[in-house]
Design a protein around this ligand. Sequence first.
Ligand SMILES: *Cc1c(COP(=O)(O)O)cnc(C)c1O
Length: 356
Amino acid sequence: MNLSVPDYIAAIKPYVPGKPLEELEREYGITDSVKLASNENPLGPSPMAVAAIREAINTLHRYPDGSAFHLVRKLAAHLGVLPENIVLGNGSDEIIGMLAQVFLRPGDEVIIPRPSFLMYDISVQCTGATGVYLPLRDLGIDPEDIRQAITPRTRMIFICNPNNPTGTIITQEAFDRLLNDIPPGIIVVVDEAYIEFVRDARCLHSTGCAVSDRPVVTLRTFSKAYGLAGLRVGYGITTAEIANLLNRVRMPFNTSIPAQAGACAALEDTAFLEKTIRTVHEGIDFLYAALDDMGVRYFPTQSNFFLIDVKRDAGEVFEHMLREGSLSAPWSPTASPNISGSMPGLMRKTCALPKR
Ligand SMILES: *Cc1c(COP(=O)(O)O)cnc(C)c1O
């Protein structure tokens, strides 16, 4: 076959997701495994969401409401914005793709801190735009480094807050200063997938930018704190103008009937959300204390995962943990050459202690 595709598409390295548990159990002959690699909710899905999804399946012969009337209104009320400030995605991953599709073309530059969430890279590469990678400073995203990286070709800036995989935050104050210096025509994407777990009061919360009409797109998701990663619902909060552009490329039925019903119910399930946050914080504090006792170095986190310095090849520790039935995510300086070379191996793992 003579398939002609752009070079920038052929060059994309496919995203490798964390292995599903069943595959791991088959491969390693174990039956009682714990998945710590994808930052999923240790309590399972929101029970109110599950009940709403059960009920919703009776109408599966219908197409979903393409405008997701109820969910969009509920989210807007929940966030103090207008319905026209919301864009729904099949997970927030899809919104990252929509942002790239709408705003980027070959020759554009996109500032992406590294290491950060891989989907930014992949979505940018799909458009032929150029990723400008910024090494982290003390494992955090440095606003001054972002400022310095801006050129006349810059079209978009990604900020993951808290950052995956380091668990670090950017402060409201630093972000506000940065935003004032950003030239017009640049979109700032703030990914708040883990914002519910943040304990540091100085942390940036960016949803207010939609109201003040700043060129910011905040990404949120039901995949983590609400326990609905398999349902695939995420959303963007932004100016009505940007939301309108994104909605032009959005597939009309990108959130299913169960997804819309489940997400609506999850928003009301405050007891589950609070229990999730409490469980994660207790897990973090327990692990901090245990690692302190063991003399193991780790990096404090504002998220539901954290990095542990395993002082040896992270791949080996990963393999060993796999054989014991625990799936983590190895992360070594060779995989992320920009991180300080003095750390031989780091493991990212979900903080909450899963019930076995
Ligand atoms: C998990 C995660 C998401 C959420 O992705 P969904 O597509 O909504 O499941 C987004 N950003 C980051 C940084 C994540 O780790």
